[in-house]
Structure formats: structure tokens, C-alpha cells
Design a protein around this ligand. Structure first.
Ligand SMILES: [Zn+2]
Length: 196
């Protein structure tokens, strides 16, 4: 089943992301990238927690890269969705925590773009589009690849990863950053333990 987020006016602007040459796989990748960008918008930089969406102008620019207006409501929604999804992925909140956004969305069947059967369109307020797309991408991952979306194992890192490895053993948001840092720390701790 294909789910498409459609907000009023989107078709008129030619922004239907799921028609044309791109297949569903490319669409799903794009949505996963959006979900990760949302979840990873508050990185710890040089030990200091930051938030790319805290500043109104920066948040509006951030949303503009996804074709959005970055209105006040939109900025609040995407931050709220981010914080709730982060807690859900970390197991601190139940999945029902996303209900309030789902309650605002509708659904309607449309003829599928490939001419076979139907697809389901999620109808939502334009200000909720990025938040809803994030929730749908998270939901799709939970169903199709459960456990693949998780927090980086570096407890000083706030980032999340989607594990694409066959063995599903990725532990860090980035091998170059957290992976090497944690290896260096373990090496230091082992060397220290031997000395004592
Ligand atoms: Zn990390």
C-alpha cells in the first residue's frame, strides 16, 4: 500500500512526489532521509547540545529546503513531532504519543499512479506536512524494518541512525565521529585498567 501525504494545493503546484519517474523505493528513501534530518536536528557539537530549529529564522530556512514556508505553526509542529518521535524511538514514550497529529489527518483513496488499483492519500494541514511525513516514515520503518531506526550508542550523542547493514549491527550515527571516539575511549579505558 502506498501512502502519500497531500496537503491542500499541493497538486496545483505540481508537488506530487509520487508520480513521474521515481519509484516508491526512491520515495521511501527520501522520506527516511527527511525523518533522520528531523530527528537529528539537535546534535551535540563539541560537547554542547544544539538545536537547528530553535532559532526562528534558521528553522524557517531549514523547512524551506523541504519546500515549506516555515510558518510559526509549522516550526512548532516539526519540533514537537521530533521530540515525541525521539522519545518513542528511545522507548521513553508509547507509540500512541503521536495520536494528536494523526487525529488531524484524513485519508482518501485515489487511483494509483501506475494504473494498478488504488493508493491512499493522507490529507493534512500544510503546516503539518513535514511532521506527518516524518511520522509516516517512522511508521513505515517500524512495519517494514523494525529495530533499524535507533539512537546512537554514544550516550553523549543525540543522533539517530537507520541501520542498512545486512547484519543489523551498526552502533553509531557515524563511524568517523562516534565510532572512532568510542573505540578510542574503550582503548584508553583498557590501557588504564591494565596499568592499575
Ligand atoms: Zn553518534
Amino acid at each position: 500500500m502506498e501512502l502519500v501525504v497531500r496537503t491542500p494545493g499541493a497538486a496545483a503546484k505540481g508537488r506530487d512526489r509520487h508520480t513521474g519517474a521515481r519509484g516508491p523505493a526512491a520515495g521511501a528513501q527520501e522520506e527516511e532521509a527527511l525523518l533522520l534530518a528531523v530527528l537529528n536536528s539537535c546534535p551535540v557539537i563539541n560537547g554542547v547540545p544544539t538545536d537547528e530549529l530553535a532559532d526562528d529564522d534558521k528553522a524557517a530556512n531549514w523547512l524551506a529546503t523541504y519546500g515549506r514556508t516555515g510558518s510559526e505553526v509549522e516550526r512548532e509542529v516539526v519540533k514537537d513531532v521530533r521530540d515525541v518521535l525521539a522519545d518513542v524511538v528511545r522507548g521513553r514514550l508509547d507509540a500512541s504519543a503521536v495520536s494528536s497529529w494523526l487525529d488531524r489527518a484524513g485519508v482518501r483513496p485515489r487511483p494509483a499512479s501506475d494504473g494498478i488499483g488504488i493508493r491512499w492519500e493522507i490529507l493534512t494541514d500544510p503546516d503539518h506536512e513535514v511532521g506527518m511525513r516524518s511520522i509516516l516514515a517512522w511508521s513505515r520503518l517500524q512495519h517494514e524494518r523494525p529495530g533499524r531506526l535507533r539512537a546512537c550508542e554514544n550516550t553523549e550523542c543525540q543522533l539517530f541512525l537507520i541501520d542498512h547493514s545486512k547484519a543489523n549491527t551498526a552502533r553509531w550515527c557515524s563511524m568517523a565521529v562516534c565510532g572512532n571516539r568510542m573505540k578510542a575511549r574503550r582503548h584508553y579505558e583498557r590501557a588504564n585498567a591494565k596499568r592499575n
